[in-house]
Design a protein around this ligand. Sequence first.
Ligand code: FES
Length: 108
Amino acid sequence: MAEAPEGYIKVGDMKRLRIKKCVPVSDGSQSIAVFYSDGNLYAFSNLCPHSGYALETGSIKDGLLTCAWHQARFDVADGTCPDGFTDDIDTFEVIRIEDEVWVNPEPR
Ligand code: FES
């Protein structure tokens, strides 16, 4: 059984992420959307700063996360909104231990 660093939240196994593409998790005070796209893992605040809808229904393409509601875009590297459509979002460290994925709930 994989041992995660203290304080990290278990997201699930890679099979689940490959199928669902995004798994939301919570630490009780915030929701974090963990995405799997093109072989990479990403984690963002699940709250779109534009109108407050969930980002978990968004999609990632060409290094940008696009919100499904009004198409705000965020750089997957640092959560910035490159076109200034809305505020930036927090990003989080995601780690994989064996086949399990964990996220650090402290923003980068
Ligand atoms: S709620 Fe995300 S773009 Fe409007």
